[in-house]
Design a protein around this ligand. Structure first.
Ligand code: SAM
Length: 365
């Protein structure tokens, strides 16, 4: 078989047209979906030549193509599921990963990755790899009583932003969101009230040190923040930590770890009146509205909580209140299935173990 290279295919000589019959899979420029729904190379010579030309144009035009395609330019193919090269707008690096559409304004994902994330629920438990990373940077991370995983939050950041965009967490804790930004090539910004947690963030992500503020996030409109493309955060779940069950409290106290965020009266986790808490926590997101780019999404991770034998629908109430300014787009349910169940209510009344959180998704439109 005659060897063939991509450059000579583009030259479109008679010899090239003959030789394309002999090229191996890696050197086709156009892919489509066969009737088994598999992404396969197209063997039509004319289409491959047109695809090569179109690829050159796409890379010259200002399409904001993700870095991975630019870095692997010589391996990128054009793709149209129906085999229509004129209508093709998608790029493929590895057929198994799916295709990236050049008109994608939201993220750098392929259609396959996009669809996978669109499921309305997911199961996620703390990862040893995240905990190990935390301990390598600082032993103090364990002292924060309620963090989420940088791996989990990275998935949201990847979906709701493109590389290089600005992401803000107004309740930054020990900086899990900013670690997610570092891992995914986004620029992290954060606000955290407790100076101890603020210092941990600076140790974990020194590159974002100037982007983190030790402040009350109700001052968000007064801080020197740039336009934000996406915000993900988890506020205090009202004052639940102040009412932690004995086991959680005792275990942490024995280890000398925090059982609540702080004693500060600015700490929203210390507001005991439910309506006042709702007003204050929502005021942060209302103030954030003005610094968001038009079209930006925000994700708020929150739970419905119980107090005195009654359920307070915190997640639903926040969704309803914030829907006055934002457009409530969706919820994604985060399930933790590795937490032991306690016999609440047994043997006389119903009381569930709440092991799911709501990831509320709202948009500035
Ligand atoms: C649920 S934790 C967030 C944890 C964070 N997602 C992480 O993984 O590290 C809520 C955080 O909000 C902070 N907080 C409470 N009131 C605040 C306020 N008024 N301004 C800024 N941060 C506040 C608490 O100190 C706590 O760290």
């Amino acid at each position: 078989m005659k060897g063939y290279n991509q450059q000579s295919l583009f030259d479109n000589t008679k010899e090239d047209l003959h030789a394309i019959d002999n090229i191996n899979g890696d050197q086709y420029f156009f892919y489509y979906k066969n009737n088994k729904r598999e992404i396969v190379p197209c063997t039509d010579k004319e289409k491959n030549i047109k695809a090569k030309k179109r690829l050159d144009e796409i890379f010259k035009e200002n399409y904001n193509i993700p870095k991975i395609y630019i870095d692997n330019r010589d391996k990128v193919k054009l793709y149209n599921p129906k085999g229509d090269v004129e209508k093709a707008t998608a790029l493929i690096l590895n057929p198994e990963d799916g295709a990236y559409d050049i008109n994608n304004k939201l993220n750098d994902m392929t259609g396959k990755e996009w669809t996978k994330f669109s499921c309305s629920w997911f199961i996620f438990n703390a990862l040893q790899s995240d905990l190990k990373e935390e301990r390598e940077v600082t032993k103090d991370t364990e002292s924060h009583p309620a963090t989420y995983s940088p791996t989990m939050v990275s998935e949201f950041i990847r979906f709701f932003t493109k590389e290089g965009q600005n992401v803000l967490d107004p309740f930054a804790g020990i900086g899990s969101t900013l670690v997610g930004c570092k891992r995914t090539g986004r620029i992290g910004y954060g606000i955290e009230l407790n100076p101890k947690y603020y210092e941990i963030i600076k140790k974990r992500v020194p590159e974002f040190g100037n982007n983190v503020f030790n402040d009350d996030c109700r001052n968000i409109d007064k801080l020197p923040l740039p336009k934000i493309h996406y915000s993900i955060s988890s506020p205090p779940y009202w004052d639940v930590l102040n009412r932690s069950t004995d086991g959680f409290k005792k275990e942490r106290e024995e280890k000398g770890l925090d059982v609540k965020y702080s004693e500060s009266n600015k700490d929203l986790g210390n507001i005991s009146d439910y309506q006042e808490f709702l007003r204050e926590v929502c005021s942060v997101y209302f103030k954030m509205y003005d610094i968001l780019e038009y079209g930006a999404y925000i994700t708020i991770i929150v739970k419905n909580v119980k107090k005195g034998g009654k359920l307070y629908p915190l997640a639903w109430d926040m969704a309803r209140i914030l829907n006055d300014k934002y457009v409530l787009k969706d919820e994604k349910i985060w399930i933790q299935d590795k937490i032991g169940l306690s016999p609440y209510g047994y043997p006389h009344s119903w009381a569930s173990n709440i092991l799911h959180h709501y990831c509320l998704i709202l948009r500035k439109e």
